[in-house]
Write a protein that binds this ligand. Sequence first.
Ligand code: MRU
Length: 353
Amino acid sequence: MQVGSKNYRTIEASKDQSYVKIIDQTYLPFKLKIVHLKTLDEVIKAIINMQVRGAPLIGVTAAYGFAILMNFDSSNNALRKCKKDLVNARPTAVNLSWAVNQIYDALIKCPLRERVELSWELANNLANEDVEKNISIGLHGYNLFKAYNKKTINILTHCNAGWLATVDHGTALSPIFKLFDEGFDVHVWVDETRPRNQGLSLTAWELSQYKIRHTVVTDNAGGLLMKEGLVDFVIVGADRIALDGQVCNKIGTYLKAVVAKENNIPFYVAAPSSTIDINFSGETRNFEIECRDPSEIMTMKGEDKLGNIIEISLGSSPAYNPAFDVTPPIYVSKFICEKGVFDTDKIRDIVDL
Ligand code: MRU
C-alpha cells in the first residue's frame, strides 16, 4: 500500500535474507516506524507484543521466523523448538499454526544444507500468496457490493482487517479499497475496538492514507447506527472459522452480528481459506480465546503535545480482557474468500473437504 509516495508491505525480507523489515504497528497512527527483526526471539516477541498482528500477517511473520532461525541453526532440534514457540506466541488465529505446520513439514524433510534457501523461498512465497489472495477477496467482494445502487454506501467494520493485518491489501477492507478505486462513494464507520483500539489507530489510519471517507465510533454506537438505517452492511475479518461456519474474531464482533441480523443488515466475513480450521467442526472443542493482560484495558496510549507517545493509567480496578469472541453462523450472511462468495453451510466446499 502507498503511504505518502512510497509503497509498503507490512513485512519484507532484507535483500541479503538476513532479517525482515516490519511496520511496527504499536507506533501507529503516530509514527510509521520500520523495525528490523534479526533473530527468532525478536520475531516471537513481535507477535506476542503485537508489533505485527492480524491473523494472516502473524502466519507470514512466523514463516520468516523459521527462515531467520535457519541462518543460525538448521538442526532438527532447532526446528522442533521453533515450531512450538511460534505456535504458542498467540493461540487464537489458526493462520499461525497453518503457516508454522507447513513450513516445518517442508523443512524437516529437506537436507540440512538446503534448509536456509528453502526457508526463505517458502516464506517469500507465503507472503506473495497472501497478497494475491487478498486481491481476489477484494474482487469477489466488489462484485457482490457493486449492486448497491446508492449515492453513498455506508459500511461498518470492527477491529482492523485491512492491509496492516495482512502482507498487503487486507481482507475485510480489500473490497472497500476496490469499491473506492472503481469510483463508488463509500463511507466507513470504524469501531474504535477497545482495548487496543485497532479500529481507531489502524483502520482509520489506513482509510486516511487511502483518502476514503470514514468516521470513528465507539464500540457501543453500532446498534444505534444500524437501527437508524445508517449502515448498509457490516464486514469483518476472522481469526478462525470452524467447518460449521462459526467465526472467531476480535471481541465485540458477535455483538455487531446480532444487531445486524436484528435490523436486517447483511453481515459479511472476509477471510482467506487459511483461516478455516479444517480440524474443527465446531462441536469437538471450544475455540481457544486469547485472554490478554488486563493492563490493556486499564491504560490508554496517546501522543502528548511534544509528539511523545505516552501511556496513561485509567485506574487500578481488576479487569478481564478476552481478545476474541465467537459468532454463530446464523448471523453471518456470506463468507468472502479468495475462491469466491460462499454461504455459511458451504465452508467445507472452500477447503475441499
Ligand atoms: O488481536 P488482533 O489485532 O491480531 O486481532 C485482529 C482481528 O481480530 C482481525 O479481525 C483478524 O485477525 C482478521 S485480520 C485480516
